[in-house]
Design a protein around this ligand. Structure first.
Ligand SMILES: [Ca+2]
Ligand SMILES: [Ca+2]
Length: 150
């Protein structure tokens, strides 16, 4: 009796204790080992057929509603995996031009009025009530702020 076929079967069975799931076929090499949720956020990695576009960062998942100042572990600011980097604040500071002037406080980006890129710091300000003929703003209340995105 030849021992080689039994030895080969024993070697193939060694990977059963891996903490992983299998997904699909790896072709000639056997089943592809696939770690389903490495970051533990409850969403399966896209590479395993799930919806988590960055399984190395628990902040990234399709239900993410928060915005963040720093890039994800996979790079970029698409924290909900929709393919876009949505900025939290997109308005420039407003100066009410009605005859009575600024009656409300309207916050926004200022000096100059641009919407900064994700993770970038820029001046932030608001207008205040005026003297009856013109706006006194923009007046910075928080000198700078970092653009958050998701
Ligand atoms: Ca995950
Ligand atoms: Ca997004």
């Amino acid at each position: 009796m030849r021992p080689y076929p039994l030895l080969l079967l024993a070697l193939l069975a060694c990977s059963d204790d891996e903490p992983a799931t299998t997904a699909g076929s790896g072709g000639a090499g056997g089943d592809l080992i696939c770690f389903a949720d490495l970051d533990g956020d409850g969403y399966i990695a896209e590479s395993c057929g799930g919806t988590d576009t960055c399984d190395d960062d628990e902040r990234v998942h399709p239900e993410q509603e928060g915005y963040f100042e720093t890039e994800s572990a996979c790079g970029g600011y698409d924290f909900n995996g929709d393919g876009f980097e949505e900025a939290q604040w997109t308005a420039a500071v407003e100066c009410d031009s009605s005859p009575n002037g600024c009656e409300t406080v309207v916050e926004g980006w200022s000096f100059p009025d641009i919407v900064p890129k994700c993770g970038t710091e820029h001046y932030w300000g608001c207008t205040t009530a005026d003297n009856g003929t013109s706006c006194q703003g923009p007046i910075s209340t928080t000198p700078k702020r970092v653009q958050r995105c998701r």
